[in-house]
Write a protein that binds this ligand. Structure first.
Ligand code: HEC
Ligand code: HEC
Length: 228
């Protein structure tokens, strides 16, 4: 009986494999086949002598210019455009503006380097990954972070807030409570660490940061803590 189920499982398994299309990893293919010309970062890095527009720009561009009646048609149409363009590019088909087309030149056909099915997987990944709303959220988070006082940025970057809350104690006393200490005491502890000074937090050690932080950064952190 055991054997019977085993055999059934194999047959079903094989069946499932032969029916479904081969599964491609769009992200890996994008990195392998397209990154020599297109920068893949979001937000993108741009270079003086770049060979092609960054993939984020391509994705946003094609999404913006693509006309569809039904929003549900957008992704499949996007994929179809990629499949056609990558194998049969031309100035007429490109959504690139004239000036960029002239400076980059039309993309060379990638026929022979990538198959239509592979471009399909790449395009699906590109469509989902380069999402305008996700990008806006990232930029807003970045702007919000940059608007924080320099000392608070350092506290976030250096993981101080994993142990200390700004106003509430966590595994360590809150920075608002610590603010009652003198500037000298605060910067001394950041440099050399401490343990056992604060009641109720004896089990945790405040690590020393002399090696990890510059004098200026310690001052900036101290200033921020004092301001709370
Ligand atoms: C040899 C360099 C090169 C490689 C490799 C390359 N591209 Fe391009 N690609 C370009 C250039 C240059 C442009 C801009 C000119 C144009 O639109 O044809 C472009 C434009 C595009 C466009 C059209 C953008 C628009 O606005 O119409 C798509 C889509 C695209 N690439 C996808 C890909 C994908 C997917 C891959 C990987 C399979 C890839 N490219 C690999 C150089 C390259
Ligand atoms: C692993 C947890 C942990 C991390 C990370 C940590 N601390 Fe602490 N910190 C503590 C503990 C626990 C105490 C209480 C020490 C004591 O009781 O002596 C403390 C105490 C302090 C004090 C109190 C000084 C005093 O004289 O009483 C300051 C200031 C401080 N930390 C700043 C920082 C800053 C700035 C960072 C990041 C650069 C940081 N801490 C990262 C756990 C941590």
């Amino acid at each position: 009986m055991k054997n019977f189920f085993f055999i059934v499982a194999i047959v079903l398994g094989l069946n499932a494999c032969s029916k479904s299309e081969k599964h491609y990893d769009g992200e890996a293919l994008l990195k392998n086949r397209c990154a020599t010309c297109h920068n893949l970062d979001m937000p993108p890095k741009t270079y003086e002598d770049e060979k092609a527009p960054p993939m984020m720009a391509v994705a946003f561009h094609v999404k913006d210019f693509m006309k569809v009646e039904n929003p549900g048609d957008k992704r499949p149409k996007f994929i179809a455009f990629f499949q056609d363009y990558v194998l049969h590019p031309s100035a007429e088909k490109s959504f690139c503006d004239k000036e960029s087309l002239e400076s980059y030149g039309v993309m060379p056909s990638q026929e022979g380097k990538v198959t239509e099915a592979e471009v399909g997987a790449i395009a699906g990944y590109v469509y989902d990954f380069y999402d305008q709303e996700k990008f806006m959220r990232q930029m807003q988070q970045k702007a919000a972070f940059e608007a924080l006082p320099p000392g608070e940025q350092l506290a976030i970057k250096n993981g101080c807030l994993t142990c200390h809350g700004k106003t509430k104690a966590k595994a360590a006393p809150s920075f608002r409570e610590i603010a009652q200490k003198s500037v000298a005491e605060i910067s001394e502890t950041i440099k050399n660490g401490s343990r056992g000074r604060w009641k109720g937090f004896e089990r945790m050690t405040m690590p020393a940061y002399t090696r990890r932080l510059k004098e200026k950064e310690i001052q900036s952190l101290t200033q921020w803590i004092k301001s709370l």
